[in-house]
Design a protein around this ligand. Structure first.
Ligand SMILES: [Zn+2]
Length: 291
């Protein structure tokens, strides 16, 4: 009907004029990508770190928070009695789980890490206000809630799998608190790092003989604060240069103790903490991958 009206009034559509006023879009490329002739040997995986978290809430709220908000993780492990692990973000995309902080020379860990969230309420309800009156600086071991054994088994097997696929260094399997000690305390004192190391070969742990050898009260008494801070830095922790154990520095000690001396996390440097730190640095010296 429309066409008939144009014909009736002797009009034509100006098609040719339109085409000549815009540049033609190229339909063929002037190159091909050859990925067979030359191959580089200097390369490594983009994923360098696994960061473990607890969610501080129950299954339903954890699912809601991690799937609808601006925080996420690659994997979510509920406390249900089943064999499921939920993959919320593909491993080749960034999940928003780490935030500010750093470890082993890397910052912006969302770029280079896999994040695993484990459902656990964290601090038991009766202790959640325990630090409010200032009497206690840090939560002791007893304030934390235990994980289910099935959750730990699933975490362990998942971490084994991810570690093998990306060739992740043992030191770089860390807790959120290790990379953000002044902001985070998860996965807490009851996350069984030692069990994961001994039973599943996951992560870093010191040798007892080394720890005993470093339990030298004289060496500890004469070690300066900058020297001890350098030991933390050598292992991978971000710690400031101040010549005192200020709050930010004690937060690092506490994070270290949550991981490696969980039964007695105090935020204070002591002989055993010092010995464990030295033992770890002896065992894992020069294993940082800065390329
Ligand atoms: Zn976390």
């Amino acid at each position: 009907m429309v066409k008939n009206i144009f014909l009736a009034f002797g009009l034509t559509l100006p098609l040719i004029g339109c085409v000549t006023t815009t540049s033609p879009v190229a339909t063929t490329k002037s190159y091909i990508v050859d990925s067979k002739t030359y191959q580089a040997t200097g390369k490594s995986e983009r994923i360098k770190t696994i960061v473990l978290h607890y969610t501080v809430s129950d299954n339903d709220r954890s699912i809601n928070t991690l799937t609808t908000g601006k925080v996420s993780a690659h994997y979510l492990i509920l406390d249900n009695d089943d064999d499921k692990i939920y993959n919320l973000v593909p491993e080749n995309e960034r999940a928003w789980h780490a935030g500010d902080g750093g470890f082993a020379g890397r910052t912006i860990l969302n770029d280079t890490s896999i994040g695993i969230e484990i459902v656990n309420a964290g601090i038991a309800p009766e202790y959640q206000n325990a630090l409010k009156d200032g009497q206690l600086a840090y939560h002791p071991y007893d304030h934390y809630l235990a994980f289910d054994e099935l959750q730990i088994k699933k975490v362990a097997e998942l971490v084994q799998d991810i570690t093998a696929r990306y060739d992740i260094s043992p030191k770089n399997i860390i807790g959120h608190s290790d990379m953000a000690p002044s902001r985070k305390i998860d996965p807490g004192a009851k996350f069984p790092w030692q069990q994961l190391y001994k039973q599943y070969g996951i992560g870093a742990w010191y040798d007892d003989a080394d720890k005993l050898a470093f339990m030298d009260i004289n060496a500890f008494a004469t070690a300066t604060i900058p020297e001890i801070k350098q030991q933390f830095r050598d292992y991978g922790y971000q710690i400031n240069n101040s010549d005192e154990w200020d709050k930010a520095s004690r937060d690092v000690i506490y994070a270290f103790q949550l991981h490696f001396r969980p039964l007695n996390p105090t935020g204070e440097i002591d002989l055993e903490t010092y010995a464990i730190l030295k033992a770890l640095n002896k065992k894992y010296a020069n294993t940082n991958d800065f390329y």
